[in-house]
Design a protein around this ligand. Sequence first.
Ligand code: 3PG
Length: 413
Amino acid sequence: MIKLKKEKLLRFNQDKIKDKDVLVRVDFNVDFVKGKILDKYRILSIKETINFLKTAKRVILISHFGDPPSLINMDSERINTDKFIHGLNGSKADNTDNINPYKSVQNPYKSVNKYSLKKILPLIEKLLEIKIGFLKNLNSKPKEKFNLLENIRLFKGEKECDLNFAKKLSSLGEVSVFEAFSVAHRKHASVYLLPKILPTYYGFNFEKEINLLNKVLKNLNSSVLVLGGAKISTKLPLIKKFLNKARLIILGGGLANTFLKAKGFEIGQSLIEEDILEEIKKIYSPKILVPFDFYVLNKNKVFHRFLGEIEKEDKIYDLGEESLEVFFEELKKAKNIVFSGPFGFVEDQRFEKGTFKLLKFLSQLKNKFVLVGGGDTLAFLEKKKLLKKFKISTGGGAMLYYLAEEKLWTEEK
Ligand code: 3PG
């Protein structure tokens, strides 16, 4: 478990940033759809740190946005077309423009544009209530008090965790602030190396999130883990740890499908992770609860089915009320609850009810510590105006990683 020392916390070190050039690693990797940011909380959560930094000489904000290929060389604007080190996996950068990323390989300018932070800059300025200049590359001259560097993952060296790149990056400031809990599980240059080169202080929100998660870690035996989303494989270390120590684990969404399939149930065409089935088969524990009634889609019609009634052509899209009732009874008995990941296909209004009812129930529980994390879940809470009811972690992967491993790359030697 990370214990944050006073000398590393921004709020005790105003004198160390006063009149200095400060680099701040933030996470503006938001869901940007049709010109709107769906999870504004990620940006708003750094406001206290931004206000605190007003005494600095100059501030450069550093963030990633989606997971683009490394296209910009650190010394110039030249675009590196020698194909990519990292895959072009799914991106949050912009879901509206339909650019096929593989086509963008032939046209790197389009790819830079697709993943550029410039397009969300006006929205960031509005949310943070400050003017922010834009720096196209590492050689751009900052013109404003607050400046935002182009998507850090577009630079060759960030994801490769390259020391020379980190050194060049560090030359833009005298001290740094880490205020990006949600990316602290990535061993990237701006996360892992920068704090080793410059004196670095943790921002207000980072401190808050670590304290919240430490509270869960200290009280595991009275905690319930409520995990949804698509993939179970990335969550297995956490599930295994909580199986030994926590009160109960409630699984939903694609995770529950894979679990049920491994246990030999018919789940039709539902989303599963085929390659992890053998490993799941070995897990047996009365501590794991999964839904047993569902809403399925079959030939474009929605049906309610119990486990055992599911047909080969059915696809599970949401959980049913009977399962929810059982979950509610268990959740009433818990002291601490950690929730991450939707329990149904919330992108479709017909299948958001299960997740909504579950979160609504959690929001009404009295005298409980309920911590919710993960980009998709936070966007859903924002949409449903439930965000203020919970303790929040901006991290999806990072929250689960920290709960499982009790460490982060920012702190690793
Ligand atoms: C997130 O959205 O969870 C963080 O920004 C980390 O993004 P990544 O999964 O692309 O590293």
